[in-house]
Every structure is written in C-alpha cells, then in structure tokens.
Design a binder for this molecule. Structure first.
Ligand code: PLP
Length: 376
C-alpha cells in the first residue's frame, strides 16, 4: 500500500467481529486471563492496550519501521529515548532544537550526567570534529525549530558510522514528506500532538525504529513509568492520521501562498522557509523529502511590529504548537524558546522580531487578508 492508503486503512482491530470500520476505544485498565499462565495478549493498559497497539503498527508502517511505541506526548518519547543512554554519554544535537527538547536535555545533564552538545549538524566538518569516544548519538531536527535549518540525513548517517545512533525528530514533515529511516536514521521521534493527530485536541508522541532489542527496551520504560498513550488519545490519533496526507498537502499549499505574500511585504525583512529557492537548505530538502512542509518563520522590521501582529491577528491564532487545521502564530522569543540562553538564542537568529507560523488548512486568501491587516 502507498502512504495515502496506509493513512486511511493502516489501523485494524484484529479482534473485530462486528465489522466496525474504526478501531474502538478499549477503555479498560485491565484484561481477564483465559487461564493460568494464559493471556489474550493484553494484561494491563500501562503495558499495552488494544487501541494503542493498532496505532503503533500504523505509525510504524507510515515511517517504514518495524516497531513504533506510542507515548503520552513528544517529550515523554524523547525522555524514553534519552533513557537508552548511560551517565557520561555524549550526544551531538542540532543547535536550534525544539525548546522543550533543550530543557529535557539540560535537566538530564544535571540528573544523570548525559552531555548534549549543540552544533550546526549540517556542517559535516564540524560534526566530524566534535565526535568523541563517548559520543553515542547524533540527534537531528530537520527542518529545525524555529530557524528552518536543514540537515542532510544521509551525510549525518555517514558521519555517525555504524556504532552511533542517528535519531531524527520528524515532527515538522511527518512520514508523508520525509522518512528518515529510509535515509539511514536509526530512530524517528514525533510529537504526534502536531501533524499526526492534526487537530490540536490531543497530545501524543512516538518513537519509530527497526531494532527489536531497542524497541523492547523502550516498551519496558513505558511499562515501568506509565508514559504510554491512553486509549482515548490513541483513538484520536488514529482518526487524525486518516487525513494526514490531505492536511499536509493543503497546509503546504497555504504555506506557499503565505510565503509569497510575506516576501513582498515591506515590513517583512526575511522569510525562512525551505521551499524558497534562496533557502540554504533548499536543495538538500528537495533531495531527501517529498515536500517542504508548512512551517514558516519570518522576521519583521521591529519588535513593535512583531507584537502588533500577535495582537491583531483574528483568524490566525496567537498560540503555541503547530500542525493543526488552525493557522497558528507564535513568538519563539517568549514561548517555545524562552529557556534557551540569550546569547545562544541571538546567535541562532531568534530575536524579538522573529515570528513563527504554522499554516493551517483554511482558505489561503482569508489567511493573507488577516496577516495583511495585522501587519498594517
Ligand atoms: C512539540 C514538539 C515536541 C514536543 O512534543 P509534545 O507532544 O509537546 O510533548 C518535540 N519536538 C518538536 C519538533 C515539537 O514541535
């Protein structure tokens, strides 16, 4: 099956005897055993649940992975992935990662001595130079957040070599546009809160991978700490995934219309979108992905303009998050990246004039009209 059909038909309830078209919500904490030492395959929902399991299979097949594990949110997934490492291990990561990922890594550094070093992961020479004996993984976000920097996944694989894990946060593009495992990554991370569930109504997170032993270690973490996705939320993500391909197509189309508008606006100084020919990562993105996504960052002429836009938009919502039907605009300085040290932030280009926009699926002309009015 192609990816569009997997989105629609990929979640099946193997216990279905009614012909129900949708996987039901198995809202049960525990499961009765047919006999001593016997199990239906389900014992207790912290370990596994019959709504969560078809979702995990669906996400695995979308990413072309053998295994996927569903978590209560993206950060829970990242925390589980970080749990695969030992104190003293070293990880190289993209410099402008999602702010929550940076916060998690700095907490872990204090608690367990895991050391994460940030750099431009698309600078091959630098990446090679920073590898240490105790470097166990390279963690990439591409496009990155919020500067939309692109990392060549194949090149990172080559540099990581066979002994280090290559982990890719694929939240921004989803498997509809980019499948990192096929490009050599070992593990894919998702905040399913974003495009996968796609309706701004539930949190979720995923890890997708091929290695059975690592998948088992992740399942033990889920079973131990209870970070698995609930049956109801699993149902919502399955429902959302049915339209993933349509939503990605439409939001990317809207993003292009918005980019064209922004590029011409006198108060907009710079537009960061990998779909633009002038974007430094354009050709890599074209090679490794089937599209450019629907996330745009742009810099306006002053902090006053930036803040006026946030206050004046009406159809577009001033809210954190991305990947839903609603077009959202965020202020990375005060929201997603407030905890990134100022010096680092400014070096990356995250200043008070920068806005980040997640194009939704509304009418593009309505979106342009709203932005035009808000920019003044
Ligand atoms: C939102 C997000 C996360 C965190 O996911 P949650 O579901 O909010 O916990 C991680 N990475 C990226 C790129 C994100 O956008």
């Amino acid at each position: 099956m192609r990816i569009e059909s997997i989105c629609v038909h990929g979640a099946k309830d193997p216990h279905n005897r009614t012909g129900a078209v949708c996987v039901p919500i198995y809202q049960s904490a525990t499961f009765a055993h047919p006999g001593v030492g016997a199990s239906t395959g389900f014992d207790y929902s912290r370990t596994q649940n019959p709504t969560r399991e078809p979702l995990e299979r669906l996400v695995a097949s979308l990413e072309g992975a053998r295994h996927a594990v569903a978590f209560s949110c993206g950060m829970a997934a990242l925390d589980a992935a970080a749990g695969l490492f030992e104190p003293g291990d070293h990880i190289l990561a993209t410099s402008d990662l999602y702010g929550g990922s940076v916060r998690l890594f700095s907490r872990l550094a204090l608690r367990s001595g895991l050391e994460v070093e940030y750099l431009d992961t698309n600078d091959r020479g630098l990446l090679q130079k920073r590898l240490r004996k105790n470097t166990r993984a390279i963690f990439i976000e591409t496009p990155s957040n919020p500067m939309m920097n692109i990392t060549d996944i194949r090149a990172a694989r080559e540099i990581a070599g066979p002994e280090r894990l290559l982990i890719v946060d694929n939240t921004f593009l989803t498997p509809v546009l980019q499948r990192p495992l096929e490009l050599g990554a070992d593990m894919v991370l998702h905040s399913g809160t974003k495009y996968l569930s796609g309706h701004n109504d539930t949190l979720s997170g995923f890890l997708a991978l091929n290695d059975a032993e690592t998948a088992e270690r992740l399942r033990v973490i889920v079973k131990t700490v209870g970070s698995g996705l609930s049956p109801f939320d699993s149902f919502l993500v399955i429902r959302g995934l049915k339209t993933l391909h349509l939503r990605m197509e439409r939001s990317e189309r809207n993003a292009r219309v918005l980019c064209a508008f922004l590029e011409k606006h006198r108060k907009v100084k710079k537009v960061y979108y990998p779909g633009l020919l002038g974007h430094p990562g354009h050709s890599i993105q074209k090679k490794q992905a089937a599209g450019f996504g629907a996330m745009i960052s742009f810099e306006v002429d002053s902090e006053e303009t930036a803040q006026a836009v946030l206050e004046k938009v009406e159809l577009i919502l001033f809210a954190e998050s991305l990947g839903g039907p609603e077009t959202l605009i965020t202020y990375p300085l005060l929201q997603t990246h407030s905890e990134v040290p100022e010096e680092t932030r400014l070096a990356l280009g995250i200043n008070g004039r920068l806005l980040r926009l997640s194009a939704g699926i509304e009418d593009p002309e309505d979106l342009v009209a709203d932005l035009e009015r808000a920019l003044g």
